[in-house]
Design a protein. Structure first.
Length: 996
């Protein structure tokens, strides 16, 4: 981001990501937010901190932890239990943010946001906001506070605003959000552009006019669209969003914001991400690529280069941040508008030209007047469809005076022996730049073509040229410092990078990315990324004699343009060879469907009250998973009932599953079927009911066992301030038909979700990593799980069992150490959004839940796996949990590794320190009587079907069930066990064996 011209990063902090249980907070490992804020400071980015407590952000519960769903009080109000919980979180996160505040000189945090899009403004919400502000201040936060007004309502303005219709809040700044760019069509095409709105100086004004709600504070868009998220069952719109809100959109909309005086603009999102594990909210799938400037695999898109042009412009032409409206400017054609702003201190003028209305798509040539203290000019301009231009006039540019330019300024810098300016324009378009001198200067064209005209009366030197590649001019004399003027087309301009060093600014041309620049006396050390054919040219600080690129000296020669040019190209990445995924091991699971499955360790689900918004009918127990401490992923239920009279012939189950959630049901071990919530809409239903016919042979008197597995695709967000996150997950209620006996009132239930519930057994991977599948509860997802005696198999699989089965393999990567490769796992055919196969898969890489693939829903096939989770130089474990309805063809499709991009360079990545499978431990005491041996099972390997087989020698073996631990005592005096073997009885896997 820093390299691409951003000066700040806005970061949400997700409460639920850090808090698996009330009072429990984790900021270690991948959740280390101190490290994130240190990084921002190191690279020189300001931080806009947005810790909620509510964030939305398409994450489960909108950032609320799972445990908060069981509270009585309404969230986002002054309810006592909610405030106490919110305080808990703020105490934790503020303690970290406080250490990084710019106001303390100890970091780059410049602002903190209270809440997010709180659009209820009643007395309880007002008290809540006041409470948050007092809390944050009491926590030592001294940076200005703001909130993010959902849309532009004039909510939560600072006390300085007296605009009628606004709602005051405990804020220092007013901020709002907006997504006016529109989304792609459902068929994945961009459609026609939207009109860029005026939400500041040129708008309608008043409480609902955007920045006008708070005239005394800077115009602040806390979120402004930089893409959009995508939903289960779409055709996959991220690539389209990157075009729809691509370079043309960015120029038109963000330039309009600049014209409107919005001096704080946060683009949501800039870095496309991944909602790993159970983090995504029901409205989105694993990928949160967003069509953002940086795609999910960390690669800058074309739109990142436009942001770089804009970022560099704003960084160099500083008067832009202080401007007021100037006089009205009328272009020669009515379909073009020109915003005109002036900085009162310097008199510098900004002209922002685009179509009127801005969504017109014609290409037009016009002229418009520039009237400045330097004189009156009429200048030519081309405005293409979906484009806008930023032009500057009457500007003191280092030691030069720019009368005007129809090119855009990318950057300018004062160097030891003169000035340098880089201007750019659309390829093939003409440009005109006028500079002022006391006497006629000498113009030397070093490369490309340009003509100059000298006006002795005004002192104007006019340069005319075409933007094509790079034209380099040297202008000297005329009573000013020499100027190196670089005139580029956009694509060429985008190959330039600028960073500051202690010895002054450095401009670099050529590499894919310039990450750092450090000057040590005569040595300029650069780091960055390159691909095949990247050159290197450097305008270094004065004393530079040696240029290092990623630590290696680059031989250079001086050029007439004052730069050092490398004598050979930057190194290209070495080819990356990815192994085919083979040697698959297979095991079925879902033993819970078997009537004889031992569920005595499971929680009894017999609560009679719940704070969920989906309460069971009178007489039925509360079944919703959150009430039993299971907040993420899959949940199993086993219900026992006894038929004494007429048996029911149907059973209906109501459940909450989130987006694309589902359940599967078995009766007495017989698979009855599954139900999947409808998808293919942006706000999918998150609960459902399905009724199954009870097979005739199971309509018998006597005991019955019903087993249900519910896939909970996370909690709703609470965007509507209506406690939507409290909608039940898992089973909600049961109904049988009137003809049958009311088994719904007679079922005794047990429930099992993720191992440990709120006391998560894998704190390294955290609360969002695991649900309650048998394999997850037994460590099947982890590296080093002893799958040696699992069945060998190959992919694709032609079918699968009804229920869940697992595929495991390992692969060794040998990505060249000099390369930064971004890799992914691909399932099925990525050229089509979905396949016909009716199954879904959870993808675990080295034990980390990297996302969910739903074959017949789609659209995502490729799952980005970040380095650090992935070992690019070693052995990795891939485990895939396939949940299928068991029909023909509904088995796991081909699985492969995908190289999403490789560059030479990157940044060093350390592997996350996450545990592999830890087998049960067996200890022999060496005694002859009493305790002979002990067995203990680590919490994350505690399957419910473990057995310890004790071989006493002389042909005698005994087998005992094993949960957490077992003490083997001397049954026959004088005889000691010879060996102990621990197996998983579900598939016979030998987990541990030890001889005395
Ligand atoms: C905003 C919200 C963000 C995110 C965004 C859409 O309204 O503040 O958190 O949800 O919409 O991606």
């Amino acid at each position: 981001m820093k390299a691409e011209g951003y000066n700040a990063v806005s970061i949400y902090f997700d409460w639920g990501y850090h808090s698996p249980a009330p009072g429990v907070y984790d900021f270690t490992g991948v959740r280390d937010m101190d490290a994130v804020l240190d990084m921002a400071a190191q690279v020189g980015l300001y931080v806009i901190a947005r810790p909620g407590p509510y964030i939305n952000a398409e994450v489960t519960g909108g950032g609320f932890p799972g445990w908060l769903t069981t509270q009585t009080g309404k969230a986002r109000t002054a309810a006592t239990d909610y405030l106490a919980a919110a305080d808990q979180w703020l105490t934790q996160i503020d303690q970290i943010l406080r250490r990084h505040q710019l106001t303390n000189g100890t970091g780059t945090v410049i602002l903190e946001q209270l809440e997010n899009e709180l659009s209820n403004t009643g007395s309880s919400e007002q008290a809540y906001m006041q409470h948050l502000a007092s809390k944050v201040r009491a926590d030592g936060i001294s940076v200005p506070l703001f909130s993010n007004d959902k849309g532009r309502n004039g909510f939560w303005v600072p006390p300085s605003s007296t605009v009628p219709g606004t709602v005051a809040g405990p804020t220092d700044l007013y901020a709002f959000d907006g997504y006016p760019g529109g989304t792609c069509h459902t068929n994945g095409t961009p459609g026609s552009p939207s009109v860029a709105p005026d939400w500041g100086l040129y708008g309608t004004g008043g409480a609902k006019g955007g920045a006008s709600a708070s005239p005394q504070t800077p115009g602040f868009a806390a979120e402004f669209g930089g893409g959009w998220f995508d939903y289960w069952g779409s055709v996959g719109t991220y690539a389209c969003m990157a075009v729809r809100e691509g370079p043309g959109y960015e120029r038109e909309f963000y330039d309009t914001n600049i014209a409107n005086g919005l001096t704080l603009q946060n683009v949501y999102m800039t870095v496309g991400g991944t909602s790993w594990g159970w983090l995504p909210a029901p409205v989105v799938y694993t990928s949160y690529d967003y069509g953002a400037a940086f795609d999910e695999s960390r690669q800058p898109r074309a739109k990142a280069s436009t942001m770089k042009e804009l970022g560099y412009f704003l960084r160099s032409v500083t008067p832009v941040s202080e401007m007021d409206k100037g006089s009205t400017v009328t272009a020669s054609a009515t379909n073009i508008k020109v915003y005109h702003n002036i900085d009162p201190a310097t008199g510098t003028a900004l002209y922002v030209a685009m179509h009127n209305p801005s969504n017109a798509t014609t290409d037009d040539d016009v002229t418009f007047p520039i009237d400045t203290p330097d004189g009156n000019y009429t200048v030519p301009l081309t405005i293409n469809g979906q484009d806008a231009k930023l032009m500057v006039a009457n500007y003191d540019m280092d030691g030069q005076h720019l009368v005007y330019s129809t090119s855009e300024i990318m950057t300018h810098l004062a160097r030891a022996d003169g000035d340098l300016a880089l201007l750019h324009g659309r390829p093939g378009e003409t440009g005109q730049t006028v500079l002022r001198y006391a006497s006629r200067p000498t113009v030397t064209v070093l490369s490309g073509a340009a003509t100059s005209t000298w006006n002795a009366t005004t002192g104007d030197l006019r340069l005319d040229y075409t933007h094509s590649g790079l034209t380099e001019l040297r202008i000297s004399g005329g009573g000013r410092r020499p100027l190196e003027l670089l005139l580029a087309d956009d694509a060429t301009a985008d190959t330039f990078w600028q960073l500051d060093t202690a010895a002054g600014p450095v401009l670099v041309r050529g590499p894919e990315m310039l990450r750092t620049a450090t000057a040590h006396g005569p040595v300029l050390a650069l780091t960055g990324d390159s691909i095949t054919g990247d050159s290197l040219e450097v305008w270094p600080p004065a004393r530079t004699r040696v240029v290092l690129w990623n630590g290696t000296p680059m031989p250079t020669r001086p050029t007439p343009a004052g730069s050092l040019s490398a004598r050979h190209d930057l190194p290209a990445p070495a080819p990356v060879t990815l192994p085919a995924l083979a040697n698959w091991k297979y095991s079925a699971e879902s033993p819970e469907a078997d009537p004889s499955f031992a569920d005595s360790s499971w929680a009894v689900a017999d609560k009679t009250s719940t704070n969920s918004t989906t309460k069971p009918p009178a007489g039925q127990p509360v079944l919703t998973a959150d009430d039993y401490g299971f907040h993420t992923g899959d949940v199993w239920y086993r219900g026992h009932y006894v038929v004494t009279g007429t048996a029911a012939d149907t059973i209906g189950l109501t459940y909450g599953g989130g987006g694309a959630g589902m359940f599967q049901v078995w009766l007495d071990g017989q698979y009855l079927g599954q139900n999947v919530l409808p998808t293919g809409v942006s706000a999918p239903p998150t609960t459902g009911t399905a009724t199954f016919t009870i097979p005739v042979d199971l309509r018998t008197a006597g005991p019955h066992e019903i087993s249900v597995m519910v896939r909970d695709d996370s909690h709703n967000e609470d965007g509507g301030v209506n406690d939507a996150q409290k909608e039940g997950r898992g089973l909600i209620s049961v109904a049988t038909n009137a003809a049958g006996i009311p088994v719904d009132e007679g079922i005794s239930w047990r429930i099992q979700g993720n191992q440990g519930g709120e006391q998560i057994t894998d704190p390294v991977r955290g609360a969002m990593n695991n649900g309650g599948l048998y394999g997850e509860r037994s460590g099947w997802s982890l590296p080093n799980y002893p799958d040696a005696n699992w069945r060998r198999t190959t992919l694709p699989a032609s079918t699968a069992i009804a229920g869940t089965s697992w595929y495991r393999t390992t692969f060794t990567l040998d990505v060249p150490r000099s390369d930064d490769a971004s890799l992914g796992v691909t399932i099925g055919d990525p050229s089509t959004p979905r396949s016909a196969a009716n199954y879904r898969a959870l993808i675990f890489v080295n034990g980390w839940n990297m996302g969910q693939y739903i074959a017949n829903v789609g659209p995502q096939h490729t799952f980005v796996i970040p380095n650090g989770v992935l070992d690019p130089h070693g052995r990795n474990t891939l485990a895939i949990a396939v949940t299928s309805d068991g029909g023909p063809g509904n088995g796991l499709e081909p699985v492969s590794l995908t190289n999403l991009a490789t560059v030479r360079g990157g940044v060093p990545v350390t592997l996350d320190n996450s545990p592999g499978y830890r087998p049960p431990t067996i200890r022999f005491t060496g005694r002859n009587s009493g305790t002979l041996a002990t067995v203990s099972v680590p919490p994350d390997a505690r399957g419910t079907e473990l057995r310890a087989t004790i071989d006493w020698g002389h042909g005698v073996t005994t087998t005992e069930p094993l949960d957490a631990s077992l003490t083997v005592t001397g049954a026959q005096p004088g005889r000691r066990p010879q060996s102990i073997t621990i197996i998983d009885a579900v598939n016979g896997t030998i987990l541990a064996r030890r001889s005395a």
